[in-house]
Every structure is written in C-alpha cells, then in structure tokens.
Write a protein that binds this ligand. Sequence first.
Ligand code: ATP
Ligand code: MG
Length: 596
Amino acid sequence: MQRSAIIHKTAADLPVPPNLADYAATCADFSWDAARAELAGLPGGGLNIAHEAVERHVQGPLRDRTAFRFLGEASVRDLSFGELSQLTSRFANVLQTLGVRRGERVFVLTGRIPELYIAVLGGLKAGCVVSPLFSAFGPEPIATRLNIGEGAVLVTTDLLYERKVAKLRDRLPTLRHVLLVGDDNEGDEGGSEHAVTDIAGTHDLATLMAQAADHFDTAATQPEDLALLHFTSGTTGTPKGAMHVHGAVVTHWATGRYALDLHPDDVFWCTADPGWVTGTSYGIIAPLLHGVTSIVDVAEFDAERWYRILQQQRVTIWYTAPTAIRMLMKAGPELARGFSFPRLRFVASVGEPLNPEAVWWGQEVLGKPIHDNWWQTETGGIMIANLPALDIKPGSMGRPLPGVQAAIVRQREGGGVEVVDAPDEEGELALRRGWPSMLRGYLNNEERYRKCFAGDWYLTGDLARRDADGYYWFVGRSDDVIKSAGHLIGPFEVESALMEHPAVAEAGVIGKPDDMVGEVVKAFVSLKQGVEPSEALRKELLGHARKKLGAAVAPKEIDFLPVLPRTRSGKIMRRLLKARELGLPEGDTSTLEAGA
Ligand code: ATP
Ligand code: MG
C-alpha cells in the first residue's frame, strides 16, 4: 500500500454518517451547557453518573438491550440495561444497609467480572466515591491506595482477599466492610452466585445482594460532588490519586459522541481495565450513556483471541492502546489473515504515542487506520483526537475536541506561562481550565495539584507542538525529553524511526548523562518474533536511525531487551530503563508489569 503523509478522509466515505462531520462548525456551536442539556439530570435536580448511564434508559426501549457482554474463557454472559439497573440498585441497597454513607469511598479490586461493573455503578448510585483498582496489584500498592483514598468498603474476590488483603487488614484503619465475590466461576461465568465460605471480617456479596431490594432512588448528587478516584499510571513516578466529580459525565457523553462516534447500534470494545481511567470513562460510562453494547473480555491479552473477538462479536468500534497494537504487530500479519472484520468501522487508541507505523498497520491489517487520541487521568476524558471524518496525519494526536481549548505554552520569566501562537514550536501542552471532567484535586497532595495550574491554564507535563493545520504532535513527557549538544530530543521521534525497521517490535529511548554533550541518546529495542539480536543488526539499526533522523538525534547506543519495562496500563517506563542503565534506585514500581 502506498503510504502518504496524510490519510485523507471525508464524512461521505464513512459507512455511517459521523456525529461530527464539520469540525469547525461543531466546535463553533458547541458549549458544555448545551452538552449537559442532552443528559437527563436527576428528577429533583442534580446530576449522577449512574443515573445518566443506566437509570434514564430503562424506562424506554433500551431496557432489554445488552449493556455488557462478558466473555469468559468458555462462556458468555449478557447483562441488559434493565438487569444492570436492578443489580446496581441491589448493590446500592447493600451499601445503605451496611451503614455506608454518601461520600464514603468504595474500592473495587476484581478482574473484569460483572460484579466490578455493578459495584462501580451501584456505588455511584448510592452517592459513594468509587475507585476501581487493577486486580494484579500486589498487597502494598493496594494498601497504599486504600489508605490514601480512605476506603470504607472493599469489593473483591475471596482469592484476592486471602492472597493480598487479609494479612494487611490491621493496617487499613478506614476499611469497615469487605464484600467478597466467590471465585469459583470467575473467568467462566464472569462472576458467581456462590456463597463465599466464611472468611473472618468479610461479607458474602451474593448473599447480601439476594437479600436487597432491586429498586433504589439514586442519591441526589450535585455536579461538583466527588464521584471517582483514579490513580495515574506511575510512568513518571509515584502514582497520584486524581479526584473526579459527577459533572465529568458531560465530558464522557460529549467525547463518546465525537471522539468515539458512538451510535446506538454499535458494538463497542474498550480493551482497558477499569483500574485505569480509560477502562472506567470508556469501558463503563461513555458507552452506557449512548445506549451502546460493550464487550468485556475477562481474559488478558492474547493476539489470536483478540482477533477472534473482533470478528465473532462483530465489534464496530474498537478502543485500545498502542502497546496492544504493537503486540499484535509483533505477532505477525499471518495470524491476522485468518480473520476478517467487515463490521469494524472505527479504531482508536490512547495511552502512549502511536507510532505512524502502527497507524498504517491498522489500515493494512484491520482495514481501518488507527485514530490516536490524547488525554490523561487528570483530564478524565479524551481531549485531543483524530476524528472519524477528518484526515489523519500519522504520528499526530489529532485536534482538540469541541469544548476543549488546547495551547502550547512556555514558562514566562518571572512566573506564569505565555501561549506560543506560532505553529510548529515545541512547548508544554496546556488546556484552558473548566472542562467538566477536569480533576478537582490529587488525594493528599494539594501542593502538586496547585502546580498543575498557571492562571487559566492546566499544564499537562507533556511537550508537544501544533502544526499550521491545528494538529497536535506529541514530543515527549517533559521528564523524558533528552538534552543533547544543545538539542531537545523527544524520545517518541526516535522510537518511531526505529519502529520503521522491519526487525523492531518496540523501542524505548532515554538520555544517558555524558560529560561532553550533556546527554547521549540511548535506545532499548525489542525485536519481532523470529528475529535474533546480533552485532550486525545493532549496526544496521544505528545506521537506519542515523539515515532517518540525522546524526544529532539518532541513538548512539542500542541495547536489545526481550521486553521493555511497562506499566500495567501498557506504557513504556523510560524512567526505569534509565535507572537500570545508571544503576540508580528504581523508585515506585507498584504499577510495573510482572516479568518486565
Ligand atoms: P504518571 O502521571 O503517574 O507518571 P501517566 O502520566 O502515564 O503516569 P496516565 O494519566 O495514565 O498516567 O497517562 C497520561 C499520559 O500518557 C499523558 O500525559 C501522556 O504522557 C501519555 N499519553 C496518553 N495518550 C497519549 C497519546 N495519544 N500520545 C502520546 N502520549 C500519550
Ligand atoms: Mg501523568
């Protein structure tokens, strides 16, 4: 296939008319107040995420539509909007019976089983503040998060409890109730009605659910009431707990509409775990807001399984991450050829820079290019995106969503920041404060929160540039940018160039301190299946990079690694590559993926 700098698209080429066909007109007409008016609001006033996601649908024709389809290892379980309403009401009643009050914190630590989704939405319905944790966390990261989030309730499985929490229980002073889900059927049935054998100091969730009424009047929360706590990925340091409010639902709705182009008859698959913000904002909330059926796979990544899910479940919109795409690329094109995806109409990715190579891989293997989008735990929802009806410039994150004002800013001497208006200038990516899902604070870290703002601007900590067409290009995290012989080098550019070489599956680039030039560029590379590291290949890659990037930017050193250290949400941990290279302490590794 001929690869060009731009993948041209128009609304007329798309199989379904997009929700956003004219970017300028939609942005000009958009207001957050108008978006809010598309939602129902609570009967007596106020706003609650669970009401918008579930309750308001069940009076109408959506009641019997599948909200979630849970794919176990060997079986499938569907939950309709109507069932979800009843089950979340039961859960809210369970909390009330236990004396859990509005505003108290409910943590959920399970695999992607129905109880997770029920507890998140039921907790919100009850007016509690919910924090889903990734179930692969070890005991210490769980305890730290429960303590700084002041968890009053923990929903988990009997196995996870016994392995990870029971021993630490006396170090969790705020935790009053532990609700256990039986593990017997996890994975197969996607949850269990089995009673948990008596475990001291815990309740059996299924028993309490069975005793609870299936109606609950949603708590009368206000838009500024806290709803969700999400911990950042820990890519650059200790994870921060970002606090989000019920008003964030307006962003979830608008971005589900414009950035993911959700239509009522879509089958949507967000591959992220709800332990990360993507898996909650888009794995739970946004599709429900639009009355869309979501696929949930209880299993972990497996290339063949994922292709099969896309095909068999007739997924129409797929939201995944660069790391998954790179793993599919690594598995080779032959595997993909055994499947076809005629229903797939839109593919998007978030979490890390998406190398142009990966955008094209989508076009060639899935039949659809991959649409990169950018956001953070702190922003609560998608802020910058490649939209279905707009041209893609592979390597770019796209353009700000309607209602989002982005800018490139620089520190001003004497304090504050100034906006850089000229195109193609590098600086810090900033967002004008005030979008509904902006974080309202970091848990226990007011000072760090305050540092996120300069006047009207929220500072993202990412470096980027904007081109003359208004597309944003990621340069690197400010912590990762390399200063070499007077140049500022973004690792993404170097990694993308390396990935264009057919032997390379993944690359992570760091600056290594050097007396002469400040830092030299060093790359760590993992190779595609079937390719062996060798001295000759190292030389070839160094030459390839020099040809693409020029001598000033190309890496001077390349090491081969079987896999790169990654966070559990799939981000390359450059700080760890650097610490290991320099023999320094590794710092907080609570989110590091096992085996890396
Ligand atoms: P921590 O803040 O703890 O270091 P983190 O920043 O990785 O972790 P997240 O909030 O999960 O935690 O990730 C947001 C960050 O991920 C962004 O600030 C950005 O650096 C990166 N990111 C997300 N999407 C993209 C994208 N499309 N292109 C480039 N980078 C992205
Ligand atoms: Mg961050």
